[in-house]
Design a protein around this ligand. Structure first.
Ligand code: SAH
Ligand code: SF4
Length: 370
């Protein structure tokens, strides 16, 4: 029979990941220990790659035993891992309740970047996205978001310097936990907040909340279409927040955070990849006087109800040149790790097939109302 008592016991323990040094120290002093023990534990957890209390070798054995009984670190567990020839590693990580998310490790010559998930599934339901098509289960806690980074840092010999919130889920539908996680990564893990990027499908109240949070992170806007009609075909939440509202919120963000935006534009063959649409996009961004690079992302094939295709390489080239004529700096997302199915949500689908994981997803609901 399953050992339910062990699970119940685990559920009542304090989870440490997601807490600040001050909060961990308070837990320790409340149980009669000196406050500096909290600093030691936070150091092990956030900066020294401890996987268990046993790893915290400068703590007295009695304290480690006590911590084992009353607390858990709360780090995710590995379920599946795919390594591509270019060094990209895609992880499928399980949370305490068994639900899984994807996290990606991206080593470059000058830096190491990781891509984190913010939700299990995504309620936005974008028609080109494997995650969006797979439904939504729940938000991740701040500790679960940071836990993915800590897991990958432990696996990596190189120091992770950059973090992008571009995995599964819409970060701004989980704004409170995302803000807490950004602060933890800045203050506890020690990665500069300027090296953090949050990608959004355009959740206006979330962009405003991020602007008010005074965290100079880079905001990446997934635009994907130059007009509302086409955008709404691709992105159901576009009906709630039209492009003009999103542009207004973005302008507020650039002024408040003093950071340029990045505009992401997914190119789907024959749908949004014409030279005229490149012109429309340039006009849109220039009319709103929004500085920032445009990052072109060729559609990464997933089976979709719309039967979308990858764009022809010549179309990508022409689209790019047209945008550049308007004075925009255009970058193209490197197709890293394509051999391991790089687009968000794909590994999870594949692993579910291979391992018959219980994804336990609810049917896609409407996005949380703000
Ligand atoms: N929800 C946020 C962040 C996660 S998605 C957002 O939408 O911005 C991260 C990026 O992956 C987005 O720009 C999204 O448009 C892109 N993406 C999703 N499905 C894709 C696919 N099949 N091919 C290429 N990019 C995809
Ligand atoms: Fe969600 Fe982003 Fe995928 Fe849209 S593209 S469904 S917002 S994860």
């Amino acid at each position: 029979m399953a050992d339910f008592s062990a699970n119940e016991k685990a559920a009542s323990r304090d989870i440490l990941v997601g807490k600040t040094t001050a909060e961990i120290s308070k837990l320790l002093t409340d149980s009669g220990n000196p406050g500096y023990r909290g600093q030691q534990i936070a150091g092990w957890l956030y900066r020294k790659g401890a996987a268990s209390f046993q790893d915290m070798t400068d703590l007295p054995v009695a304290l480690r035993t006590d911590l084992n009984q009353n607390c858990v670190l709360g780090l995710p567990e590995l379920r599946h891992k795919d390594v591509a020839s270019d060094g990209t590693i895609k992880y499928l990580l399980a949370m305490h309740d068994g639900l899984t998310v994807e996290s990606v490790y991206l080593p470059y010559q000058q830096r190491v970047s990781v891509c984190l998930s913010t939700q299990v599934g995504c309620p936005a339901g974008c028609t080109f996205c494997a995650t969006g098509q797979g439904g939504f289960a729940r938000n991740l806690t701040a500790g679960e978001i940071v836990g993915q980074l800590l897991f990958m840092q432990r696996e990596s010999e190189r120091r992770i310097s950059h973090v992008v919130y571009m995995g599964m889920g819409e970060p701004l539908f989980n704004i409170d936990n995302v803000l807490t996680s950004l602060k933890l990564i800045g203050s506890e893990v020690g990665i500069s907040v300027r090296n953090l990027t949050v990608s959004t499908v355009g959740v206006v109240p979330g962009i405003e909340a991020l602007a008010d949070a005074d965290l100079p992170v880079t905001l990446a806007l997934s635009l994907h279409a130059p007009d509302d009609a086409l955008r709404q075909q691709l992105i159901p939440t576009g009906r709630k927040w039209p492009i003009s509202e999103i542009m207004k919120a973005c302008r507020h963000y650039t002024r408040k955070a003093r950071r340029n935006l990045t505009f992401e534009y997914l190119l789907i063959g024959g749908l949004n990849d014409s030279v005229e649409q490149a012109d429309q996009l340039a006009t849109l961004l220039n009319t709103w006087r929004l500085p920032g690079n445009v990052n072109l992302i060729p559609f990464n094939y997933v089976e979709t109800p719309g039967g979308y295709k990858r764009p022809a390489p010549e179309a990508v080239q022409l689209f790019r040149e047209q945008l550049e004529k308007s004075g925009r700096i255009v970058t193209q997302r490197m197709t890293r790790g394509t051999s391991i199915s790089a687009a968000c949500g794909q590994l999870r689908r594949k692993a579910a097939d291979v391992h018959q994981f219980d994804l336990r997803l609810e049917a896609a609901g409407s996005p949380p109302q703000k």
